[in-house]
Design a protein around this ligand. Structure first.
Ligand SMILES: C[S@@+](CC[C@H](N)C(=O)[O-])C[C@H]1O[C@@H](n2cnc3c(N)ncnc32)[C@H](O)[C@@H]1O
Length: 429
């Protein structure tokens, strides 16, 4: 049944992929008159979702008589939901498998005083000229960093990292702030082709000066904190872990607000490699692909596991199979993982709790990968009694609806199609 701009599903047999495409835009979820806080932009993050979706999710729950005291994000990324929960005095629990994500989310969720931030910054600047150029990293990490940096930036970054580590103790929560600032200048100081979703060298790039970039980054982070002015006493727990393996949160959750990864889109471990290598999270960044949902680098016993796919999942995987077996297998693995995620979400929630997912469809060699329809079926199959679907416009992608081979947005229709819309799925336990 369709109510207003929503499609309400109660049974997986009612589900057809066409019903999703026929859905009209839902103006409630489209945009917000509120300007996004600077804090949400302190560190670049692929596929970060707009912060206003979280406040709308809380408004939606209130309008449906659900009191949200604890919210969770099982793919917490750079902490968009974590911070918005805190702004609304709601307790938060979240996890992400990527340590760079949880560093940013933690940095955003801590409280700082301006005086202490400035004192630390000054001490780091004083320590910098005498700091060592040597970094305590494995040989393979250093080799990979040599590939990405000119010697000048490589040495200055090593000195800056040593200055931070020598100034801010590992026990201090200020350390996450400064490591997050360090992490966000790593791409501009490198030879990395900016704004590309594929890691590649830009042969004509003039990498940024390390100290100048760090100073600009520090000032913009301070301004972002000054704008927030939080006095909330709610609690925030962020864990670096795989959602498929982590133990359930200590308290049952009233609402989940999350946006899952997609298959064939981002290889998060590869995109965060500079931060992962510098911060010692991995000596080979590819190790961080393990367990990352949507990665194309998984092995799967296809013949045995394919039977566990739900109906929409099997339809899509079989249509991909004729075009590209490897992609069909990665998609099967992605769908199977997401089927487990919905089971976990059901378990984490209180009775009558809500799980809200923001999810878009993707495409591979002209075959539509209907993530939203697959996820809806998976939610119903995991015990949720109803899934309500809304469609929203992604405004910044409409003018450039394709991606080039290098992963850049373009208007040219020779590229890979990028959808200008995504779905909000609200599942009721
Ligand atoms: C679409 S992003 C989430 C972005 C987030 N909403 C934000 O605003 O920053 C998906 C996230 O899922 C994470 N992820 C992938 N596999 C995971 C897993 N097995 N367990 C937990 N997180 C995972 C990725 O590292 C990525 O940060």
């Amino acid at each position: 049944m369709t109510t207003g701009d929503y499609l309400d599903l109660f049974d997986a047999s009612e589900l057809s992929r066409e019903r999703f495409s026929d859905l009209k835009d839902n103006s409630f979820w489209n945009n917000s008159s509120e300007k996004e806080l600077k804090l949400h932009r302190i560190h670049a993050y692929p596929a970060k979702f707009p912060a206003f979706i979280t406040s709308k999710a809380f408004d939606y729950a209130a309008a449906h008589n659900i009191k949200v005291k604890t919210v969770a994000d099982v793919f917490c990324g750079c902490g968009t939901v974590a911070f918005e929960a805190r702004r609304n005095s709601i307790d938060f629990w979240g996890c992400d498998i990527n340590p760079v994500a949880t560093l940013i989310a933690t940095a955003k969720s801590n409280s700082y005083t301006l005086k202490k931030l400035e004192d630390y910054y000054e001490k780091i600047m004083i320590a910098f000229p005498r700091a060592s150029k040597k970094v305590d990293l494995t040989k393979s990490a250093i080799e990979r960093l040599n590939y990405w940096y000119h010697p000048e930036q490589l040495h200055d970054l090593a000195k800056l990292l040593n200055a931070i580590n020598g100034t801010v103790s590992t026990r201090s929560h200020y350390r996450a702030f400064f490591l997050c600032a360090f992490s966000n200048i790593l791409k501009s100081a490198s030879r990395w082709l900016t704004k590309s979703i594929k890691p590649q060298i830009d042969p004509v790039k003039q990498p940024a000066n390390v100290l100048a970039a760090f100073s600009v980054q520090f000032s913009s982070m301070v301004r972002a904190w000054e704008q927030t002015d939080l006095s909330s006493t709610s609690t925030t727990k962020i864990v670096n872990a795989n959602v498929l393996e982590i133990s359930a949160p200590p308290k049952a959750i009233d609402m989940i607000v999350t946006s899952p990864p997609y298959v064939t889109s981002y290889e998060y471990a590869d995109l965060h490699q500079l931060s992962s290598l510098w911060l010692g999270y991995a000596s080979d960044y590819r190790d961080l692909r393990t367990g990352s949902i949507g990665s194309t680098q998984h092995s799967l016993d296809f013949n045995r596991e394919v039977k566990r796919l739900n109906r929409v999942g099997s339809e899509i995987v079989f249509s991909l199979f004729d075009r590209d077996r490897a992609i069909a297998k990665s998609t099967a693995k992605y769908f199977l993982d997401m089927q487990q995620v919905t089971k976990r979400c059901y378990k984490f929630l209180k009775p009558k709790g809500l799980a809200l997912f923001v999810i878009g469809n993707t495409e591979y060699k002209s075959i539509r990968i209907d993530n939203a329809a697959h996820l809806s079926e998976s939610l119903l199959g995991s015990g949720f009694s109803k899934v309500r679907v809304a469609k929203r416009r992604i405004t910044n992608k409409i003018l450039t609806p394709y991606r080039t081979e290098q992963g850049r947005f373009t208007r040219s229709d020779t590229g890979r199609h990028v959808y200008g819309e995504e779905f909000i799925l609200i599942a009721s336990k």
